[in-house]
Design a binder for this molecule. Sequence first.
Ligand code: GYE
Length: 348
Amino acid sequence: MSKDRKWQLPVLLVASVLAVLMSLSGCSRKDSSESEKPAVSQEDEATQKQNIVIGFSQIGAESAWRWCNTESIQKAAEAAGYQIIYSNAEQKQENQIKAIRSFIVYKVDVIVFIPIVKDGWDNVLKEARDANIPVIIVDRMINTSDDSLYAGYVGTDSYGEGRKAASFLLNRYAGQDGPFNILEIRGTEGSSVADGRYEGFREGLSKTSKFNIVYSESGDFMRSRGKEIAQNLFGKTHKLLVNGQKIDIIFSHNDAMTLGLLETLEEYGIKPGKDVVIISVDAEQAAIDAVKEGKINCVVECNPKQGPTVMEMVNSIMNGWSIPKSTYIPEVVFHEHEDLSQLQPRGY
Ligand code: GYE
């Protein structure tokens, strides 16, 4: 991943170093009257873009997906000529709240933020609204009754991803009676994507009664947790049994957890993709390779390359145009028996 990020600041330092950065980078805040000036030459336009500052609050670096997502947003900002202040919250909501407050103090032009969980943002977003700073929510969604707290959302249809995972199973087991037992490994507790995948999966499966979700646990979207869950469940017997019930299918909410799980199953002599059907979400390169090797049966794509769309939204906002309240990035499904040899490298 890129090592040339302009500013990558520990969250607690954000507020204190912002003033220094202003002088170092020569970036000065555009005052509101500037935006009312008439059209200018291309050169001037580029200079104006340079003056636009985005405060970007990212969740952390829990997966290859997340790394790619961070890079996509940073590179797209750079390509568009915007300055970006990056803050990594290291998986803590309180760090995100502090980062957003720092962005408000700095008077950034736009806040781009990826909420780790759904709840608990209203206060800080009201502060941003009071300061007239538009907020673009990316990737995960918030729970709020006040839509005016954000300009728009750009991200993934996690409910749809859950449904796609279910419909893979409906097709794969068509004509078979069951029952089939499912183990689910969920993403971060309280996050919109884990909830969406959870609900969409169940909604999709509700068309038949032959699937039973017999066990579900959160692995926080982390590879180490996927490994740990498999160790705790199967470590003693080295058999695909949970509370005495045979597991036929594992649905894992992301590739990082799936890859950790695969490693453990193989250590125990269990063949993923054959002894147990594996469904994952994200479609990072390692998961696509596992599909090719027959170790994962289906991967529902979740596209981390959200940067260019986010920058289109920033551009619209800066021009005073309204943006759609929700924009979903298109996503596909990869599955066994599909020829994936011509697939472009995923880049993450
Ligand atoms: O699936 C996972 C990441 O929020 C959609 O978070 C994202 C999820 C993605 O860490 O790998």
